[in-house]
Design a protein around this ligand. Structure first.
Ligand code: TTP
Ligand code: CA
Length: 362
């Protein structure tokens, strides 16, 4: 079956979140800075919005240099905890759009691959619609934009997402792969860094097309067998690596935001129950029992805490899951006076329950 892969990449992620939080920033150059212990003078640019990029400002540039390029730009400090929370919400949207839990792969705070071979029925028009839906959902729920690339493998999807940025969507069908790659500068090929790029330039290889036509034996003699073969294949858009969850697939969990920051127990416990029901139904559809239950809370100061309970043997019933989740939540409520912002429930140490009846089967 023809694989269909999506790569989603949030646009100017940290700066987009800052823009969303403060509407007065709209239209201004916004630069998010990682300040060092030397204070405002010593920092480096983490990222910036596209207005700032027009002035030549870039990630990793000293903040001082950014300031000289655009003295009117607004400089803000990195708020990593906050961005991680937005990232978790975005990743939930993306994960739920993949064919299954396992066909989702987060690769950074704001990028992920999703396999949609099944849900698109291997049709690239259907795939585009799925991509558009994801963009809308991210915009509706998180009020930020993203760029989407769709292709027959991860390499093409990844390169397609950066083809039209920001807020773009690019679909590259198998038959268009080589035309898509051929004219691009060779250092745009995903996986080629500075060192390889420089070596290729010395060899007179400027475009991906040049690389694809280059003698494979010469590539192998310069880069070694593995790397040389990879270069030749990648230049033709060949990539068979699977989309694979990198974090432990030994867990099933869900998080959600409360309607607003609150300590209202009825609101918190009813959301907790909803999450527990969802997690349990996913565990059951995987025929998995579990030995641990973890509850995560994010408080109004964006700090995240987790607590777990472990059972001596695998369980798979609602009472074990929901009962322990409620106990843990009660403990969190007693330990803090802050409002709750988001909560999550997760089960871990999964055990296969095939052949065994669970309480639900009776
Ligand atoms: P990127 O996806 O590389 O960049 P971006 O989302 O800001 O912009 P683009 O629209 O081009 O995708 O990185 C994601 C976030 O990671 C970025 O918002 C800030 C952080 N980051 C750094 O802190 N330092 C860096 O050097 C880079 C490249 C990113
Ligand atoms: Ca990004």
């Amino acid at each position: 079956m023809q694989r269909v892969i999506i790569h989603a990449d949030m646009d100017y992620f940290y700066a987009a979140i800052e823009e969303r939080e403060d509407p007065s920033l709209k239209g201004k150059a916004v630069v998010v800075c990682m300040y060092s212990n030397r204070g405002e003078e010593g920092g480096a640019v983490s990222t910036c919005n596209y207005v700032a990029r027009d002035a030549g400002i870039r990630s990793a540039m000293p903040c001082r240099q950014a300031k000289s390029l655009d003295p009117d730009a607004v400089f803000l400090p990195v708020r990593k905890h906050f961005y991680e929370e937005v990232s978790a919400s975005v990743m939930e949207i993306l994960r739920s759009s993949a064919d299954s839990e396992e066909s989702f792969e987060k690769i950074s705070i704001d990028e992920a691959f999703l396999e949609i071979t099944r849900s698109s029925e291997s049709d690239f028009d259907n795939a585009r619609e799925i991509g558009m839906r994801i963009k809308e959902e991210v915009k509706d729920r998180e009020r930020i934009t993203c760029s989407i690339g769709i292709g027959p493998n991860k390499l093409i999807a990844k390169m397609a997402s950066s083809f039209q940025k920001p807020d773009g969507i690019t679909v590259v069908r198998p038959e268009d792969m080589e035309d898509f790659l051929r004219p691009m500068p060779v250092n745009k090929l995903w996986g080629i860094g500075k060192v390889t790029g420089n070596k290729l330039a010395e060899m007179g290889i400027k475009t991906i097309g040049d690389l694809g036509e280059h003698d494979i034996m010469e590539l192998i003699s310069v880069f070694g067998k593995n790397r040389g073969t990879w270069l030749k294949q990648a230049a033709s858009g060949i990539d068979a690596t699977p989309v694979q969850e990198r974090t432990a697939s030994d867990q099933i969990g869900r998080m959600a935001s409360l309607m607003h920051d609150t300590r209202d127990e009825e609101m918190i416990f009813s959301l907790l129950e909803e999450l527990a029901v969802d997690v349990l139904s996913r565990a059951r559809s995987r025929k998995a029992g579990f030995r641990s239950v973890t509850v995560t809370v994010i408080l109004s100061d964006f700090k995240m805490s987790t607590k777990s309970r472990t059972f001596s043997h695998p369980v798979s019933d609602m009472e074990s899951l929901h009962g322990s989740a409620k106990e843990i939540m009660q403990q969190f409520l007693e330990e803090t006076t802050l409002n709750f912002r988001r909560i999550g429930v997760r089960v871990g140490s999964l055990h296969e329950m095939t052949g065994q009846k669970t309480l639900f089967d009776f």
